[in-house]
Design a protein around this ligand. Structure first.
Ligand SMILES: [Zn+2]
Length: 140
């Protein structure tokens, strides 16, 4: 369980709490619109495609592909100084939504656009769990 002292942490609100609660159980849940069937991330009160309020939470695999990446050679926050180089990426989940994240259990040379990734759940000592990703073995 990594130390979190000084690190920025998520602050769930009613709309996003189901997402964060699922991560604690090592599950990824996304919202899906009951009217137009669009997948929605980040959590919202209304569908960004059709403005419907009929959003439902669905469990998904959490698997996806690296859509874009960068290497942070200067810490993005002083508390992340020990994590440099930071492997930062935008991951596109199989459902088509994209999220900004950190790639772990990898080397900089593992960052390849289109590479398959799977979720890693980082349980913090404050009870929050972050969603990170690692390359799927043999997908390079
Ligand atoms: Zn919709």
């Amino acid at each position: 369980m990594p130390a979190i002292e000084g690190r920025p942490r998520p602050a769930p609100i009613a709309t996003s709490k189901p997402f964060w609660d699922a991560l604690k159980e090592e599950k990824v849940r996304l919202q899906r619109c009951g009217d137009c069937e669009a997948w929605v991330y980040y959590p919202r009160r209304r569908c960004p495609s059709c403005l419907s309020a009929a959003l439902e939470w669905r469990q998904v695999s959490g698997r996806g592909r690296i859509y874009s990446w960068t290497i942070g050679r200067q810490a993005t926050h002083p508390a992340f100084g020990a994590d440099v180089p930071q492997l930062l990426a935008m991951v596109e989940l199989d459902e088509g939504v994209r999220l900004t994240t950190t790639i772990v259990n990898a080397e900089p040379t593992d960052l390849v656009v289109g590479r398959l990734v799977e979720p890693v759940f980082e349980h913090g000592e404050d009870g929050m769990t972050l969603l990170q990703f690692q390359p799927v073995a043999g997908s390079g």
